[in-house]
Write a protein that binds this ligand. Structure first.
Ligand SMILES: C[S@@+](CC[C@H](N)C(=O)[O-])C[C@H]1O[C@@H](n2cnc3c(N)ncnc32)[C@H](O)[C@@H]1O
Length: 312
């Protein structure tokens, strides 16, 4: 077990909007190091049941160690995309609150051996699930140039995607790319100096994000789980999702909006004929963001957006 820590983002807001009540059932789909989970368990509500899911076996080992004293929490090592099966397996029909705190944690970034960070050198790994086969090294060294470019463009919104994928392919023809700093150098060489020098955000950030998303099939999991999560909610149950970048946020927003307004009738029709009824309503209009004070104490929170919706 490693000694790295993770400061939970928007914890106060999550706990407030989750609306924790006696006897209810909650699922933390991205339990990580248990920051939000701890808040739920210490909320004072009686007889609650909590499922805590994480894909990373080392986080799950940590959670089991720290939270085994709570008899009402079940810790599960899985991809959250299997939420419906997990609930069925545990005999749970409906739940009252679901949390998603998406992406990676500080643990993944701070531990160079996990290969998420370009601040220190490490192996090109980037897997949450360390038992899975595909690593960042495989994506970087084996994907065709076009596919690499597509991933860097679509998952990183990186405008220099063509240059970067071309330079990766050129570099790997000479020598296998195996470390995070090797990849960072190639990315920097692919971006004109005026677009990277003196910038607050390192020029390698978007490409690293894209490769991480590909390795962990992040968007596939998120798109698959959201309808199941909405479906699993009891009336008045709440969905709380924290996202950290625009593409992730768009996926959550689109799923929530579709559940709020599922009508597929052509515009201008006097009366709805498709018969599709809303399953969610908005709890707050605009997503919540971290306060200045939280951002000062935990800079990672600066890009966080919390969306909350309630089951009808
Ligand atoms: C931002 S951290 C969550 C931190 C947590 N809320 C806390 O307070 O410690 C995101 C966590 O989600 C996990 N994760 C990422 N994708 C996942 C997936 N598809 N299924 C389950 N867990 C996932 C990561 O391993 C990571 O621990």
């Amino acid at each position: 077990m490693n000694a790295y820590t993770h400061v939970p983002v928007l914890k106060k807001e999550i706990l407030e909007y989750l609306n924790i009540k006696d006897g209810n059932v909650y699922v933390d789909c991205t339990a990580g190091r248990g920051g939000h989970l701890e808040g739920i368990l210490q909320s004072g509500a009686k007889n609650i049941t909590v499922l805590a899911i994480d894909k990373d076996p080392s986080n799950v080992a940590f959670l089991k160690d720290v939270f085994s004293k709570y008899k009402n929490v079940t810790i599960i090592n899985s991809d959250y995309r299997f939420l419906a099966d997990i609930l069925k397996f545990h005999g749970i029909k409906k739940v009252d609150g679901i949390i998603f705190d998406l992406g990676f944690s500080s643990i993944h970034i701070d531990d160079a051996s996990r290969g998420f960070s370009f601040a220190k050198d490490g192996p090109l790994d980037m897997r949450y699930d360390t038992n899975q086969g595909l690593r960042a090294e495989d994506v970087i060294n084996e994907y065709p140039e076009r596919e690499l470019g597509r991933i860097i463009r679509d998952y990183g919104e990186e405008k220099f995607f063509k240059n970067i994928s071309r330079q990766i392919v050129k570099a790997r023809e000479e020598k296998k790319i195996t470390t995070t700093l090797q990849l960072k150098d190639i990315i920097h060489r692919s971006i004109p100096t005026r677009f990277r020098a003196g910038k607050k955000i390192d020029a390698a950030t978007k490409t690293f994000q894209a490769i991480r998303i590909e390795v962990n099939t992040e968007f596939e999991s998120l798109k698959a789980v959201l309808p199941d999560a909405i479906n699993a909610l009891n009336t008045d149950g709440r969905l709380c999702a924290i996202t950290f970048h625009s593409i992730e946020d768009r996926i959550v927003k689109q799923s929530v909006n579709k559940a709020i307004n599922p009508c597929t009738c052509p515009k201008g029709l006097v009366q709805c004929v498709c018969g599709k009824k809303p399953t969610l309503k908005r709890v707050i209009k605009m997503p919540l963001t971290a306060s200045k004070e939280e951002i000062r104490l935990n800079p990672r929170s600066r890009s966080a957006k919390l969306r909350i919706a309630q089951r009808i």
